[in-house]
Design a protein around this ligand. Structure first.
Ligand SMILES: Cc1ncc(C[n+]2csc(CCOP(=O)(O)OP(=O)(O)O)c2C)c(N)n1
Ligand SMILES: [Mg+2]
Length: 387
């Protein structure tokens, strides 16, 4: 695999993989950063590079496929629930399923995962019940803490702020001489936060066992990557900090799994952090509060539709004799049923007490906040809600 200062002939340059039909918002590599190559194992037609194909069992391949389909089924249902007024603001992950699932397939229960808000597919794999995630997105406080025995951080809405704590966890692992590691993801937009540079520097200097995944999905709300960073290669952040780095086709699940496996092995062996830039695309809106049609061209979205991570994996698995039309249909139906069952459980739960939003900032509530609490209760009573 390509990493800093290595020359693996099997990987290709970013131009070969992405120059064709690359949308204008995503100039790739205007500067020659020749050492940072793009790893792709499954091309957008689902054809595999035999020389790079990983040796994975049929069970792992099919479980990974189902995890991607389940993530998308969760996504679709949450969008519907939000539009029905039964869910809070939600950040979909359409089109980024390979990027997100491939990050966690090489983690064990002892490892840590520090996600951003678009990571629910991976959170499900890590052991978060779906109805727990629904509580979270509905804004109920009890949805935020990770379930018992799941070593994940709750995601932070403050962009990039979870990256430093993730490095702290990695440094703690070194201190305790553990062989575990941390995967932390953040977006192209988050990469501009000072805290992310600080985190990279700490991890590099202290050889923290951390895998940084920069999810370059083309946009930070309405800011395209070309306005985010003059050097379009987010992986170069690694070079600047002395961290081995690689760019990966983030819509290729096999490439994501291989890159993350190599990075987690390196971390466990005491060789410190790795930075993976996953090149993917946010197919849908930023959140349910956003309307991308006002700032981006639909033609751009069409280009990425052809690079669908689920479709290309389906083609690969079908060619391998592991899937057929019936199995594809059954997988989708069973994932939808699982999501519906979770939705019904979620609807049957008691809602949270809405006044809890006043409870968690101060040990004793200051009088100004107490006045707001009373005002809020008064307004709820006006609407016929008496707590
Ligand atoms: C510190 C901070 N600044 C601004 C925001 C508002 N905000 C929410 S999401 C977002 C864009 C993040 O883009 P990116 O990191 O690329 O992640 P993506 O949403 O594309 O997954 C911004 C600016 C915030 N939540 N926190
Ligand atoms: Mg982004």
């Amino acid at each position: 695999m390509a990493a800093q200062n290595q020359n693996d002939k099997k990987t290709t340059s970013s131009e070969e993989v992405f120059s064709k039909n690359t949308p204008s918002s995503m100039n790739t590599s205007p500067i020659d950063l020749g050492q940072i190559e793009v790893l792709q194992i499954l091309n957008e037609h689902g054809e595999v590079d035999k020389g790079l194909e990983p040796d994975l069992s049929n069970e792992v391949l099919l479980d990974t496929y189902r995890a991607m389909v389940l993530g998308r089924a969760f996504d679709s249902r949450m969008m519907t629930m939000q539009r029905q007024g039964r869910m809070g603001t939600f950040a979909p992950n359409f089109g980024q399923e390979a990027c997100i699932i491939g990050q966690v397939t090489s983690l064990t229960k002892n490892d840590w995962f520090a996600p951003s808000y678009r990571s629910f597919g991976a959170q499900i794999m890590r052991g978060w019940p779906l109805e727990h995630l629904m509580r979270l997105w509905a804004g109920f406080h009890d949805g935020f803490p990770p379930p018992k025995n799941v070593n994940d951080l709750p995601f932070s809405i403050v962009i990039g702020s979870h990256v430093l704590p993730a490095v702290g966890i990695g440094m703690g692992m070194n201190y305790k001489k553990k062989k575990d590691c941390v995967v932390v993801n953040y977006g192209d937009g988050a990469s501009s936060q000072g805290a992310v540079s600080e985190a990279l520097n700490f991890a590099a200097v202290y050889k923290a066992p951390v895998v940084f995944i920069c999810e370059n999905n083309g946009w930070a709300i309405s800011t395209p990557t070309k306005k985010q960073r003059a050097n379009q290669t987010f992986a170069a952040h690694g070079i600047a900090h002395g961290i081995p780095c690689i760019r990966v086709d983030g819509n290729d699940i096999l490439a994501m799994m291989c890159a993350t496996k190599e990075a987690t092995d390196r971390a466990r062996n005491g060789d410190g952090p790795t930075l993976i830039e996953a090149i993917t695309y946010r197919m849908s809106l930023h959140t349910t509060a956003d309307d991308p049609t006002v700032y981006r061209d639909e033609d751009e979205v069409k280009v990425w539709e052809a690079r669908c991570p689920i479709k290309r994996f389906e083609t690969f698995l079908t060619n391998k004799g592991l899937l057929d039309d019936d199995a594809i249909k059954e997988t989708l139906e069973s994932c939808e049923e699982e999501v519906i069952a979770a939705r019904d459980k979620f609807y049957a739960m008691d809602p949270a007490d809405p006044t809890e939003i006043f409870d968690h900032l101060y040990e004793s509530v200051p009088k100004e906040l107490q006045a707001q609490r009373e005002e809020y209760l008064r307004r709820l009573r006006e609407k016929g809600i008496d707590l």
